[in-house]
Design a protein around this ligand. Structure first.
Ligand SMILES: Cc1cc2nc3c(=O)[nH]c(=O)nc-3n(C[C@H](O)[C@H](O)[C@H](O)COP(=O)(O)O)c2cc1C
Length: 411
């Protein structure tokens, strides 16, 4: 149950646009048509980024089938999702009609038009069409990793020149704020984001999907999804990519020259994920895979959890939270080396499963033994505080750690 506090809400201003809350559908099948976006608005999402539009003048989009494979791990379904989906296969007229209708019926919700052109003229035209349809912002898809058309998607996001050129071409067709959506399939996202900024981008969206192969069918000797005997390296999303997305958030947000608002995404499922993205610099948040997995109604938990957290921590607004964890993200070379940690076992809580013992013996520093009741014991002289035992322990609070000042152990 949400803690009641009438003084604060989740509204946020992003690139000059007012959001009733920072939660948006990201561009994908979840935002593919009028019905889905309408349902999302009614469910309480603050905005949608519509499925990527194109002009289909020279290139007809055909979706491979099947188009998804998923990573299931240790009893959990869909830890990560791989897709070979293209941008929209619906025609531009129908999509523009849907965007117009959505904006007419939901004037206070934010509608971001995601676009992909194949030439300067395409980007300019798509931007103008989006603005005329009533979109509030435009997102440039520089990042789809499995475009069937050569030279599009993440190939653009890997070319600084093309990003600058296509952003500039988009700005020719619109006065709306423009977000460049970045590929994580690049070593350093900051120079790529700077290239979009040079073309006039007002903000950055990150991340699109991570290039991956989720599995190989060892009977058929073919990676999955098996599309009539073939497969492709293609986009991976969901909870499994969150750590990669958070890394990019921090790198983009702490760069001293970039200084652009960031719409963050990649694996957001719970309100804690959402707060993490904001603390590392995101100003709004986007979600696809968790909606595909759990449905649009996750937004209720996202909103309620974030509001409760803000009240508990004394944050007065979403903007108040943006980037608050960034000052603690430092280069490994300047990490403080003042204290040595060591593990502490609560024998009353230890269930004697021996998992910490195995990990410490075979994968760490042989500091844990089992007593005659199979309860774990730590040899503080040997423990280096790596905390592998803490991470494998299945019992909350059975293993914690303490600091022992200025007593570093080296091997
Ligand atoms: C099936 C599928 C289709 C997608 N299609 C698009 C698209 O058309 N345009 C786009 O910019 N991103 C597309 N994405 C990427 C998502 O918008 C998002 O960047 C990515 O999935 C990471 O967020 P998530 O982990 O919440 O899914 C797609 C993702 C999936 C899973």
């Amino acid at each position: 149950m949400a803690i009641k506090n009438k003084k604060i809400d989740l509204s946020v201003k992003f690139c000059g646009v007012n959001f009733e809350n920072p939660f948006m559908l990201s561009s994908s099948p979840v935002s593919d048509c009028y019905e889905m976006c309408k349902n999302a608005f009614n469910a309480g999402w603050g905005g949608v980024v519509y499925k990527t539009l194109n002009l289909e003048k020279k290139f007809k989009v055909i979706m491979p089938s099947p188009r998804l494979n998923a990573l299931h791990y240790d009893g959990k379904r869909v830890i990560g999702l791989q897709n070979v989906e293209q941008i929209t296969d619906r025609n531009i007229k129908d999509n523009i009609k849907d965007i117009k209708r959505l904006k007419k019926e939901f004037p206070n919700k934010v509608l971001v038009s995601s676009i992909m052109g194949y030439s300067d003229e395409d980007w300019t035209e798509l931007a103008a069409l989006s603005e005329e349809a009533g979109a509030d912002m435009i997102e440039l898809n520089f990042s789809c990793p499995q475009m069937a058309r050569e030279g599009a998607g993440h190939k653009v996001g890997q070319s600084y020149e093309l990003m600058t050129e296509f952003t500039r071409a988009t700005k020719k067709g619109t006065k709306l704020p423009v977000l460049a959506k970045m590929t994580p399939n690049i070593t350093d996202m900051v120079p790529a984001a700077m290239a979009a900024k040079a073309g006039g981008a007002d903000g950055i969206s990150a991340i699109n999907t991570v290039k991956a192969i989720t599995a190989v069918d060892v009977n058929l000797l073919t990676p999955l999804p098996n599309i009539s005997g073939n497969s492709s390296i293609s986009g991976y999303s969901g909870a499994a990519v969150k750590p990669i997305a958070l890394r990019f958030m921090a790198e983009l947000a702490r760069d001293k020259k970039l200084k652009l608002p960031i719409s963050g995404m990649g694996g957001i499922t719970t309100w804690i994920d959402a707060v993490e993205f904001i603390l590392l610099g995101a100003g709004t948040l986007q979600v696809t895979t968790s909606i595909m997995r759990y449905g649009q109604r996750i937004v209720e938990d996202l909103k309620e959890g974030m509001l409760d957290y803000m009240i508990e921590k004394g944050f007065k607004s979403v903007s108040d939270m943006i980037g608050k964890a960034l000052p603690t993200v430092v280069d490994p070379s300047v990490l403080p080396h003042k204290k040595q940690a060591f593990s502490v076992i609560d024998k009353d809580k230890c269930v004697g499963c021996g998992q910490c013992y195995i990990s410490c013996m075979d994968g760490a520093h042989q500091a844990i033994s089992l007593d005659k009741n199979r309860k774990a014991e730590v040899d503080e002289k040997k423990c280096v505080g790596c905390l592998m035992c803490y991470h494998v322990c299945p019992v909350d609070g059975a293993i914690t750690y303490k600091y022992d000042k200025f007593n570093f152990k080296t091997h």
